[in-house]
Design a protein. Structure first.
Length: 86
């Protein structure tokens, strides 16, 4: 595992550093779940998210803060299940 991490470190370190996607785009479906009571993911981040993940879905769990899986485990699991079952 360490050799894989080491050999890929340039990609990880350089990801997003240029202000644009730099060709690093994931076109697969991507789910972002934010906590409604968290300020970690803000509306100003949506442009960057859409640049790197053009097929994204951003949703929120109103009652949760940043740690949605710990603060609202049942709604988080239900949301993940709905997304994966679609």
């Amino acid at each position: 595992i360490f050799s894989t991490i080491t050999s890929s470190s340039g990609v990880v370190i350089g990801f997003g550093g240029s202000g644009g996607s730099g060709g690093l785009v994931y076109n697969g479906d991507t789910l972002f779940i934010k906590g409604g009571a968290s300020k970690f993911v803000q509306n100003s981040h949506v442009d960057a998210i859409s640049t790197y993940f053009p097929n994204y879905l951003l949703t929120s769990i109103r009652s949760a803060g940043h740690w949605i899986h710990a603060e609202a485990p049942e709604p988080t699991l239900a949301m993940l299940k709905r997304y994966l079952d679609r």
